[in-house]
Design a binder for this molecule. Sequence first.
Ligand SMILES: [Zn+2]
Length: 304
Amino acid sequence: MADDIPFNKSHDLMPGQIDEVMPGVRRVLCNNPGPFTFKGTVSYIVGRGQVAIIDPGPDDAAHIKALLDAVRGETVTHIFVTHTHRDHSPAVPAIKAATGAQVLAEGPHRPSRALHVGEAPRLDASNDTAFRPDRALADGEVVSGSGWTIEAVTTPGHTANHMAYALKEADVLFSGDHVMAWSTPVVAPPDGSMGDYMASLDKLKRRSETVYFPGHGPQVTNAPRFVSYYLLHRRAREQSILNRLGKGESDIPTLVAAIYAGLDPRLVKAAGLSVLAHLEDLVARGAVASDRPTSIEGRYRLTG
Ligand SMILES: [Zn+2]
């Protein structure tokens, strides 16, 4: 199903190794591989001497030490966070305590929509609900450091508070989990929103950056074209869902089994949430009706 996207899964970075991925940008891989994190979380260090860290990563002692070792003799002035999943932000308190840096992000964790009665955030264990930035950034806000300028780019969808960061001097974008070269991200309601996610992709496609540095895996090259593939992929999945609904299939487990043939069993739950994300978007657009507030247990049908 995802064969339509030209993924790049080559990633020979070793955990803890400091890699200068381009002049003025270093990256350090955390040893937290998994079905959602690929080889692990990639933290970035921007600048020299007085630097910013983007996404300190999970609360992982070895990774925190590797990051602090990487900036030894330098001053960390800023910590930017792309979003509040546990593989991106829980190392913030330790890095802040060690460096005194200011923490910047869109805001605390929150769901993309109001919860239905009785509904719990389904992937709650993956959320860093304790996170609070020192400074909340608005879309387009520009932060200047020593030799670098970063523009905040709101990119809701994967989470409501997802923010990408454009490094103006190099015309590259730190894309977090919004756009990654190795895979598409999970978009799971109520934390994620497919409508927001697609709008954020459209927004990035119109920007100038051609290279993205994501939170997992290698860099994205030809970025606007890659984003177009992402959009086509999601629209194709939406069409598959509409086709299945048109045949009378109505529940999410049946749709997942039909659409995601050969899926890694560890990803079945996430696939169900992804289908739910599409259905919520289709219900919001009036193309699909649901027998109750949109949920995994719901039954869906075409309105047309
Ligand atoms: Zn994430």
